[in-house]
Design a protein around this ligand. Sequence first.
Ligand SMILES: Nc1ncnc2c1ncn2[C@@H]1O[C@H](COP(=O)(O)OP(=O)(O)OP(=O)(O)O)[C@@H](O)[C@H]1O
Ligand SMILES: [Mg+2]
Length: 248
Amino acid sequence: MNETPLVVVSDRAEINIQLSEVSKIYDMGEVKVNALSKVSLQIPKGQFIVILGPSGSGKTTLLNLLGAIDVPSEGKVEVVGKELSKLNRKKLTKIRRNHVGFIFQFFNLLPSLTARENVEYALQIKGLNNTKKRAMEVLEQVGLAERADHFPGELSGGEQQRVAIARALAKSPEIILADEPTGELDYETGIAILELLSALSKKGQTVILVTHNSEIARIADRKIRLRSGSIISDELNENPIPPKDLRW
Ligand SMILES: Nc1ncnc2c1ncn2[C@@H]1O[C@H](COP(=O)(O)OP(=O)(O)OP(=O)(O)O)[C@@H](O)[C@H]1O
Ligand SMILES: [Mg+2]
């Protein structure tokens, strides 16, 4: 039997994302990969969640479902009150664009745009004006203001990662999904990014962060562990520590 431990969310909390018995099967012809099996989750607004699990356990697959990038094979996903299976492609795009900021495991920057233009682009497709000022503001927050006019190919891995972070944060999304956002960063830059994400969750943005580094879970409100596509533990953290107290 597949027993999914559940963190029960109080009735008063505003639910941002809800998964009921969600499975994702990648059909590769001969083989079918069960990337997620019957995962149920309720995520309240403003919660800071860390998702842990070994390589191949389904973390990125789960994040893609939470952010309406992908749809489940079975089960129900609701994001900001909308059930994804009832939406067409255009409406799914709209949810992603307006409500979700995604920091990808591989940065997905547009190589022909500068750092600033990459950030501005995310704002422009949302239909916003005066994008330059906001882009510079977030690049400043991730410590990259002086690299704003560089192309991705002229930036280090860690710098590209920070551009991707700035791009996700620029539109002040309700939901921030981050896949190994500190993977390419040195300790100090990593802590600065975690401080930023932690502060945003305190202001009410929901932050869901995937990592291999279990230490990072100490700064979050909740820690979820995946193994072979199932949730094997789901715990609240009553006393999150400030990111600057982390050591690894
Ligand atoms: N597009 C795809 N097509 C087929 N199989 C896939 C696809 N994406 C992921 N998988 C498989 O699904 C499983 C879960 O993959 P997923 O990328 O979610 O793992 P992960 O926990 O993010 O791993 P990592 O820590 O290495 O990033 C793996 O067995 C993977 O090979
Ligand atoms: Mg992954």
